[in-house]
Design a protein around this ligand. Structure first.
Ligand SMILES: [Zn+2]
Length: 366
């Protein structure tokens, strides 16, 4: 119907002296634009859902309602034997599952009247745009999105809007309008993503690297999902995966020296697309990371006041002192630079000191 109206306005002016012709044009455009009942609405497979709207990302997305998706709205467990999966059994068997819903209602900044309006799913995009201003990056320590969903949903009673698998597939588990449970004080205003990666560890601390990262004949490091996990659940056919940088990356988070393998080039590419999409959709969400006066990344929890004021991209470690994700290997500059480019924004000049990080990513990607 919107199309008819758009055509009517200019044509109506021109055709006013010819009512019969005008009626014929309207009939014709009507036939062209109104789909027949029962016609399937086509999707491209790159859409995320924001307050009921499909928003294109330009990268592969599997929604919770799609085949192969992960549904955070379900109350039963996904991976337990089916006869034990009901909420009634799950709450008895898993102590950490205390409520059937693993998400809640965003209330930050809303009036009592607005809360009454949105409870039950009545969010509109405009109101959500006033509330959402942070995008929180996590690594999942589960290794794959399949294991991540199992941990969050079946074992912990938690949730996150997006999961990003090793092969670059993004899974959206619930509408961005929901208050997912992933980052304590930022849940009311934040969107969360769990990026698959086995995590960051202190030197000398036991780590699972030998099981996940193996050196190939040409000195390349390959990423392998341990066989004990069975089906890794990749959406794409199995193919060779490797971290964006060939060696483990050392760096400081929360004042501690940690070591971690980088994320995959496929993950960076998808994350750049999703970050650009969310920054474009939410005007208050700035496409930038927490940095000091010299433009250097801050690698510890932000002071409470600063966190309250902060609008933009951030790591879980900027929110809680007991967290180190997304770890020292995460290439903030590559993500911000890539996303800003997709959005048609200028590069931030104060970031030029970090150019080397971007170089590493580029080389690996090509
Ligand atoms: Zn986290």
């Amino acid at each position: 119907m919107a199309n008819e109206r758009m055509i009517f306005v200019p044509l109506g002016h021109v055709l006013r002296p010819f009512p019969a012709l005008l009626a014929a044009v309207l009939l014709w455009t009507g036939c062209q634009t109104v789909p027949k009942p029962g016609t399937l609405a086509k999707r491209r497979g790159d859409e995320i859902v924001v307050a009921g709207n499909f928003v294109h990302t330009g990268t592969a997305v599997v929604l919770w309602m799609d085949p192969g998706g992960y549904d955070a709205y379900r109350v039963e467990r996904r991976f337990s034997p089916i006869e034990q999966s009901s909420w009634a059994t799950s709450k008895v068997e898993v102590a950490e599952l205390t409520t059937p819903n693993r998400y809640g209602l965003r209330k930050a900044g809303l009036s009592t009247e607005e809360i009454e309006r949105v409870r039950g799913g009545g969010w509109d995009l405009e109101l959500l745009q006033q509330v959402v201003d942070q995008f929180v990056y996590h690594f999942d320590v589960a290794g794959t999105s399949r294991q991540c969903f199992k941990t969050l949903h079946d074992l912990r009673g938690l949730s996150v809007h997006f999961m990003l698998d090793l092969d670059g597939t993004i899974y959206q588990t619930l509408d961005v309008k929901e208050r997912a449970w992933h980052a304590t004080s930022s849940n009311d205003r934040g969107i969360g993503i769990e990026i698959s990666n086995i995590g960051a560890y202190r030197e000398g601390q036991d780590n699972p690297f030998a099981e996940w990262y193996k050196r190939g004949t040409n000195d390349m490091i390959f990423l392998t999902v341990p066989e004990r996990f069975g089906n890794a659940g990749f959406r794409t056919n199995p193919f060779v995966l490797h971290p964006a940088r060939p060696e483990a990356v050392f760096g400081t988070v929360q004042g501690e020296q940690l070591v971690q393998y980088d994320f995959t080039p496929q993950q960076y590419d998808a994350l750049i697309h999703l970050t650009a999409t969310l920054c474009k959709t939410f005007p208050k969400l700035k496409c930038d990371y927490p940095h000091d006066a010299e433009g250097r990344l801050i690698t510890s929890k932000l002071p409470d006041d600063a966190l309250k004021q902060y609008q933009g991209l951030l790591g879980h470690y900027h929110i809680q002192t007991n967290k180190v994700d997304p770890g020292p290997a995460f290439q903030w500059e590559a993500v911000v630079k890539g996303a800003r480019k997709l959005m048609g924004l200028a590069e931030n000049p104060e970031r030029s000191g970090n150019a080397r990080m971007q170089e590493t990513f580029k080389v690996e990607k090509e």
